[in-house]
Ligand binder design. Structure first.
Ligand code: HEM
Length: 512
């Protein structure tokens, strides 16, 4: 080709591309103007507009994360800037909101306008692959329909299956508390949560008397902790992850996968050898729908992350709070004693109103996932938060993030009263008006936590057993709660308490 022709073609192509870009940008602008006008959208406050890439904000929140004051900072930001405001994370616009109406729009009304976003997908992909937690839209709906049967009522309400696990947990705690009645409950709660998750996922727990099994589980838990921390780091780093090879992180992920693959292979071997339909665990249920080892491994890892850490965090936070309130413990013991010594069913547990209220209240004051976010996959609108008075709708351009602090919303004084920061289970004795979307420890809408009923039942049962077994529960010191933010959020100082057993308690097998 002659040089002149080549230059002309190149100029023509560049010109066409520029024209196409200008036209599509103009069309996008017109489309967006139409949405803004149609809904009367106004911009929310942008207090950090002199920080166009959000670098100051990123630096301050990283510092707050390291000094364990991230949650405090998040709540303070809302106090300072209002219930809806915007900031930037590099090139991405972030709309922060603690308006229940907005959260309803994101999680339910306009559900398909949003997804979990590239940052979460990128951060957790090595560990959780393409599991339920990581996907959106129709792929997510299909996958959820496959997994949901594993959460059938019969499986979730199987209180008897937890009995040996809870018994050995109580024995460990009694043993630990035998020295001057002092114990840190946190490691025991995390071991208990691991056993409950294991039992739900693969139908059995690790036999602690077998050295090899015990060591394998310990290594798995250690690797899972490191891998979870690595995912958090990838989340913080975003696109800059490419600058860090994170070799150790990938080694830990490989260890986690190897352990889970072994569990999957065991289930598949049983499936091949015998009728597995009598088994009630998650993996057995899932193998009725797929035998793909990668899918089974990813989903089992996802479920372990979703179930074990969260339940451990909930119990730790709950007992941290309970250790400060003698009266609450006394009321719990009265309710547990009134139930008698028969083995409870799931229905019985749900009727222990004061137990339920204590757990609800702990999840309100100290939610396990204190904040969450979604990325807008198309241009959309939030119903409220725009303009100086925060009452106009807000335009949400595709690609921006809506971030919501569950903790700040669940402590709003205008919604929960002047004592919103206080742990007061009695507040649940009268119906909380209009709290539907202002109380979302398990989220809400189509993507609500699949294990919420199971998590609540397990917590009620453990609380009841502890209330029966120990006549006193007092915190050793009155230090304020200090955050430890990871996959779930829990007390950084554990739960160091004085636990005094009730000598009148009958440890017979038939009595609880
Ligand atoms: C106190 C305990 C728990 C809390 C606070 C909790 C909270 C949550 C939250 C907030 C989500 C939504 C995450 C999001 O969409 O961004 C979620 C999702 C999920 N949870 Fe839980 N969870 C708990 C226990 C459990 C347990 C015990 C299981 C299973 C045995 C479980 C299984 C799941 C699953 C499978 C999802 C993904 C649902 C989906 O994306 O469709 N969770 N959980």
């Amino acid at each position: 080709m002659e040089q002149g022709n080549f230059r002309a073609i190149t100029l023509f192509l560049i010109g066409t591309w520029i024209t196409w870009k200008v036209v599509t940008q103009f069309q996008k602008w017109r489309r967006r103007r139409a949405i803004i006008t149609q809904h009367g959208c106004r911009a929310p406050p942008t207090p950090t507009e002199r920080d166009p890439f959000g670098l100051k904000d990123i630096r301050e929140s990283t510092e707050a994360y390291h000094s364990k004051t991230l949650l405090q900072r998040t709540c303070a930001q809302y106090d300072r800037y209002g219930k809806t405001y915007t900031s930037r994370f590099m090139t991405q616009k972030v709309i922060h909101t603690i308006e229940p109406e907005n959260i309803k729009a994101v999680l339910s009304t306009n559900f398909y306008d949003y997804g979990v976003g590239w940052r979460r997908k990128h951060a957790f992909r090595p560990l959780l692959g393409g599991s339920l937690f990581q996907i959106d839209g129709h792929a997510w709906a299909k996958s959820r329909a496959v997994i949901q049967p594993a959460f059938s009522r019969a499986r979730v309400n199987d209180v008897a299956a937890w009995e040996p696990i809870v018994e050995s947990f109580l024995a460990r705690v009694l043993d630990a508390a035998s020295d001057k009645h002092t114990v840190d409950l946190a490691p025991h709660f995390f071991q208990l949560a691991t056993d409950l998750a294991s039992s739900f996922i693969r139908g059995k727990t690790t036999d602690k008397s077998k050295e090899i099994e015990r060591r394998e589980e310990e290594e798995f838990l250690e690797a899972m902790k490191e891998a979870g921390g690595g995912c958090e780091k990838r989340w913080q780093l975003g696109i800059f992850t490419v600058l860090f090879p994170m070799k150790d992180f990938f080694r830990q992920v490989a260890k986690v996968h190897k352990y889970m693959e072994k569990q999957v292979n065991d289930v598949l071997a049983i499936r091949d050898a015998a009728d597995i339909s009598k088994r009630r665990d998650f993996l057995a249920s899932l193998t009725e729908r797929t035998k793909d080892r990668k899918v089974l491994t990813d989903e089992a890892c996802m479920l372990f992350v979703a179930a074990a850490d969260t339940t451990g965090c909930l119990l730790t936070n709950l007992f941290f709070l309970l250790g400060r309130y003698e009266d609450v413990w006394r009321r719990l013991r009265e309710e547990a004693a009134a139930f008698g010594s028969k083995r409870p069913t799931a229905q019985d547990l749900k009727k222990l109103k004061y137990h339920v209220n204590c757990i609800r209240e702990a999840l309100r004051v100290l939610p396990i996932l204190p904040s969450n976010s979604r990325e807008a996959y198309k241009d959309t609108v939030l119903p409220i938060g725009g303009g100086a008075d925060g009452t106009s709708p807000v335009f949400v351009p595709a690609g921006s993030v809506v971030s919501f602090s569950i903790m700040a919303m669940q402590r709003r004084k205008d919604l929960w009263g002047e004592d919103a920061e206080e742990f007061r289970p009695e507040r649940w004795e009268i119906t909380q008006p209009g709290i539907n979307w202002a109380y979302i420890p398990f989220m809400q809408g189509p993507r609500i936590c699949l294990g919420n009923e199971l998590a609540m039942l397990e917590a009620i049962y453990i609380l009841m057993r502890m209330a029966k077994r120990f006549k006193r529960l007092d915190r050793i010191d009155q230090k304020p709660w200090m955050e430890n933010v990871s996959v779930g959020t829990t007390s950084a100082d554990g739960v160091k308490v004085v636990l005094v057993p009730d000598e009148t308690y009958n440890l017979g097998v038939a009595t609880l």
